[in-house]
Ligand binder design. Structure first.
Ligand code: HEM
Length: 537
């Protein structure tokens, strides 16, 4: 029906063009009438086509929150623009009795899987049907995004994931550990230089995390404690600013509001791409020429480029058909920078904020850190792993403030749910981590910061697939060991020597950034007071 209507519009347009070209239309009034009729017809077609998107879930017998032009299931633009965890939470509680349901993000139909058993099907058991994320098919003209593990799809993702997995084993994390300690020294000096005054802990841990990730992913000693404006930080800021730019927002809005698909050719500014590509190729060339090896990701990527595979400590050598060239290496280093920097630094920030508000937990943690360091003599890889209470505190932070408000998947092979609901190829799926991890039926008194939920005894009672800070199934976070390690080293550096306290500049309660597709982060600085608990070391 809609096609017929479109064709009719097309014929009309041709007719009007002919009228113009035959110069049969002379008066201004006639021209004006024609233009107005064309605009009205186009508006009607546009509206009907847009509205037709909102029958997607009904057609499949899947319950859904109805959508309307133009914001879909969101009641207004402001509802859409709040922190994504909050908007999905509203849908989650509107549809309490449904294990899964649909909603519309502007014109895009999205399925929310909320029952842990359905989530298990999607993430793990029937993974081959849901192997992709929603962001796939990024253009080859933007290599830094095109070749990233996060956005690759299907067999290409599988092949690259197999190749990269051995770079994140515990043995390799242990080998990189000295690089973490070097960067922790910078954080330590920064904190000592601020004793007696207030500190923006968000900025302090961000600098530490930048140093760790730059050291491991690019082989660069950035020392942002002394030099906060390193060119790599600038490139990252330019990349994020471009994503947030009016130009891109306009193009995204156009794509979302258009009844047709508009292809994108690039998201990364060319200057950022050139800088990262040159950085990687120069470093690789320098290391290869001078036969320099270093225990970092870049070294492992060089080995992958030259040998084609890496030995996994637990398994046989893995061989998959995916060529690792400089473009692919640069894309992974760039991804590791973003995936590792913002995630770990926001976990540390939220954790320090909660510790400042919960002094008893902070003291218990400090006692553990000091005791374990005493046993091991210094902060070692093993010492960090022996800090059980630290692990509980970090786990609770990631429950209360999950890094991603929702996981995303895309259906690649049609799937029928156990109750008959039909999921079509191309359907997008969200798994609402924020809502699950704040649902009182899974985590009683969810606003309370309570690390005891993750004691050995209590952890067993957590229902599988209700706690997903690193995602789940074969596509879960590949860098979880690395992320946990750098988060813990940062926290040890602060809590070992300092008591953190709220002050009159601390925003309580803290506010989460609104950008709906961002990771969970707090708005503005987190200002705390530092009091030394031990002499400077
Ligand atoms: C505390 C720190 C971190 C948290 C909370 C975190 C969380 C996540 C989450 C929730 C996902 C999506 C998983 C899914 O869809 O099931 C993810 C994916 C990913 N993360 Fe992390 N992450 C962290 C640190 C890191 C680090 C340090 C790196 C790299 C060095 C990293 C690299 C990645 C990559 C490459 C993916 C995509 C994996 C794939 O598609 O195969 N992450 N992360």
């Amino acid at each position: 029906m809609i096609r017929l209507f479109d064709n009719w519009l097309y014929l009309n347009t041709l007719f009007f063009i002919q009228l113009f070209s035959l110069k049969q239309v002379h008066t201004f009034n006639e021209m004006f009438a024609i233009i107005i009729s064309l605009v009205v017809i186009a508006a009607v077609v546009y509206y009907r086509r847009y509205r037709s998107f909102y029958s997607h879930w009904d057609k499949r017998g899947i319950p859904a929150i109805p959508g309307s032009v133009p914001w879909g299931s969101y009641s207004s633009r402001s509802h859409m623009r709040q922190y994504q965890g909050f908007s999905l939470d509203k849908f989650y509680y509107k549809m309490t009795n449904h294990p899964y349901f649909g909603f519309y993000d502007m014109r895009s139909p999205i399925l929310i899987a909320k029952d842990p058993e359905v989530i298990r099907l999607i993430l793990t058991k029937e993974f081959s049907h849901f192997i992709d994320r929603t962001y796939t098919g990024l253009p080859k003209t933007d290599p830094l995004l095109h070749y990233q593990l996060f956005s690759l799809s299907g067999n290409k993702w599988r092949a690259l994931r197999t190749k990269l997995t051995p770079t994140f084993t515990s043995g390799r994390m242990k080998a990189m550990f000295p690089l973490f300690l070097d960067c922790a020294q910078g954080l330590n000096s920064l904190l000592w230089s601020r004793v007696g005054s207030i500190v923006d802990v968000k900025d302090a841990v961000a600098r530490f995390t930048t140093d760790v990730i730059c050291s491991c992913a690019f082989g660069l000693q950035t020392n942002t404690v002394v030099e906060p404006n390193h060119p790599l930080r600038k490139a990252a800021a330019d990349f994020l600013a471009f994503g947030d730019s009016l130009y891109l927002k306009f193009r995204l809005l156009l794509t979302l509001l258009s009844p047709f698909r508009i292809p994108f050719n690039r998201f990364t500014p060319k200057s950022v791409e050139d800088y990262i590509m040159k950085l990687i190729s120069d470093t690789v060339e320098y290391r290869e020429k001078n036969k320099i090896t270093r225990n970092d990701f870049l070294e492992l990527l060089i080995q992958l480029k030259n040998k084609g595979s890496l030995k996994d400590e637990r398994k046989e050598e893995v061989e998959e058909n995916f060529e690792i060239n400089l473009d692919v290496m640069a894309a992974q280093s760039f991804l590791f920078f973003f995936a590792g920097y913002e995630t770990s630094s926001s976990v540390q920030t939220f954790c320090l904020y909660e510790l400042a508000l919960n002094q008893d937990i902070q003291q218990k943690l400090r006692n553990e850190i000091q005791e374990v360091i005493k046993i091991h003599g210094e902060v070692t890889y093993q010492a960090v792993n022996d800090m059980k209470y630290l692990h509980m505190v970090v786990s609770e932070t990631m429950r209360k403030y999950p890094t991603l408000p929702a996981l995303m998947r895309r259906c690649v092979i049609p799937f029928t749910m156990p109750d008959g609901g039909k999921i079509q190829k191309g359907d997008q799926i969200f798994i609402p981590i924020w809502s699950l991890q704040h649902d009182p039926q899974y985590f009683p008194d969810p606003e309370k910061f309570d690390p005891e939920r993750f004691s050995q005894e209590n952890e067993r009672n957590i229902i599988p697939y209700t706690y997903l800070p690193f995602g789940g199934g074969p596509r879960m976070c590949i860098g979880n060991r690395f992320g946990l390690l750098q988060t813990k080293v940062g926290l040890i550096t602060v809590i070992r020597n300092f008591q953190v306290l709220p002050c009159d500049k601390t925003s309580i309660p803290l506010k989460l950034v609104k950008n709906s597709n961002n990771i969970t982060a707090c708005e503005g600085p987190i200002i705390l007071k530092l009091i030394p608990t031990a002499p400077e070391n």
